[in-house]
Design a protein around this ligand. Sequence first.
Ligand code: NAI
Ligand code: MG
Length: 370
Amino acid sequence: MYKIAVVPGDGIGQEVIAEGVKVLNALEETADVSFSLDYLDIGSERYLRTGELLTENDIDDLRKHDAIYFGAIGDPRVAPGILEKGILISMRTTFDQYVNTRPSKAWHPYTPLKEEKDFDIIFLRENTEDFYMGAGSRFSNGKGVSLDLKRKLYDAKITVSMEANTDDEFAFEIGMMSRKGIERFADYCFKTAKDLGKDKVTAVDKANVCTSLYGMWREIFKQKSQEYGIALEHMYVDAMAMALVRAPERFGVVACPNMFGDILTDIGAEIMGGLGVAASGNISPSGVSMFEPVHGSAPDIAGQGKANPIAAILAAKLMIDNLGRRDLGILIEKAVRKAMDNKDLTADMGGHLSTKQTGDAIAKYISIVE
Ligand code: NAI
Ligand code: MG
């Protein structure tokens, strides 16, 4: 019995998660597995009602589960950043979800690549450090280094001495990674390659320009490659962007620092078939992980039954894979493939079905695929 916390969230999050749950129920009927689902009311509605984002109670509740199945958050009535910081980022740091995983496999004929190449890439992105750790500042009018930045630099044991200049304003953002942070992430990358039977890890960086940061990154990846006995290939991020479009079949496990991973995973989403099929996991290898479609709450189509549920269904697949039941993940993938072959799809993929009808079709196929 897997205990799943279900957070449908806002907009089409509600609609697509309902279809993912349908597929989980279909799995229970077909296979030897059961899920206990607890719904949590987290998102914009509650925030507008009570001002609460992610409360201590929510965190205690979520902690009792094997995984979190998440829809989307985002509401035009709430200023950008509030829900993202208060819910998504907060969940990520609370549960130390330090790996973001984004599979990218070719879903023919929905990939925009001209040639029908078969690829099956797992992007792994370090999710807590690098240029996104929020260590930046603007210098203007004698304000100098902000207190917040001083604290961050102090915590990271970094000493800076800079005079604030009244006229020549400038700003900076620091990319920092710790040995511990890279080591635990690299461990996860090589373990994943081993589990999936991939013969190499491709580690992305820009070590020719950011020599300190990515010099350490390379060193640690090299050590881990030897430790695990799995080959390592280094790629510069710019060359990687080109290679992903020209020859994605060359890659298996792709390990990225936070910022480059943000960008490359979106190339990965697009070459596989776009937002309608892109799923993501925020992984805490020894804690509670969260699985979600990559798309947002899509207020432009919310409540109209137009949302494509496949990304959310593939997020459920990713969750089940990560719970250790790859045998069931394969069933979901085959059911989705069958829906595509039969054109049981929503309009964004050229079909004529509603969100619910598409979910019904995929749930039905769960029992007949093998
Ligand atoms: P979005 O992903 O919600 O929508 C972008 C475009 O793609 C829209 O035209 C939408 O109709 C379409 N689309 C998205 N998912 C679809 C689906 N399943 N089926 C068919 N069409 C789909 O991104 P947008 O519009 O930039 O953001 C809307 C809200 O969602 C914002 O508040 C944003 O902050 C939030 N957001 C939340 C995310 C999360 O919860 N992880 C991720 C991305 C955005
Ligand atoms: Mg992104």
